[in-house]
Design a protein around this ligand. Structure first.
Ligand SMILES: [Mg+2]
Length: 117
């Protein structure tokens, strides 16, 4: 079973991820902030990470950098609200980014694609 780690400061979004992706047959690990995400990353060695950019404390960009210090190859998808960060996204070391939406189809397809690479 493939393991996905989701880092998002909003509980409703974490629960949505858990429900939807467990239903798709993934093991889902949740983190409410960057520090928790790094702990979970060390503990569970997930196959892929989905990281919210806007989180209090350590934001998603810093978390991505810290993850990259630990693993250069694990796929990372950054999530952003519409219109934010457009310019910078390509310069960051993520594999993909998605604009946040209650419809997770786009995110699901990106995850599948990255995991079958
Ligand atoms: Mg957020």
């Amino acid at each position: 079973m493939k393991k996905l780690l989701f880092a998002d400061d909003e509980e409703s979004i974490r629960l949505l991820y858990k429900e939807e992706f467990e239903e798709q047959g993934y093991e889902v690990i949740l983190a409410a902030n960057g520090h928790e995400a790094l702990e979970m990353f060390a503990l569970h060695t997930p196959d892929l990470l989905v990281i919210d950019i806007k989180m209090p404390g350590m934001d998603g960009i810093e978390l991505l950098q810290r993850v990259r210090e630990r693993s250069r190859h694990v796929p990372v998808i950054l999530c952003t609200a519409y219109g934010e960060y457009k310019q910078n996204l390509e310069t960051w070391a993520s594999d993909e980014y998605v604009v946040k939406s209650a419809n997770l189809d786009g995110l699901m397809k990106k995850i599948e694609r990255l995991l079958t690479k």
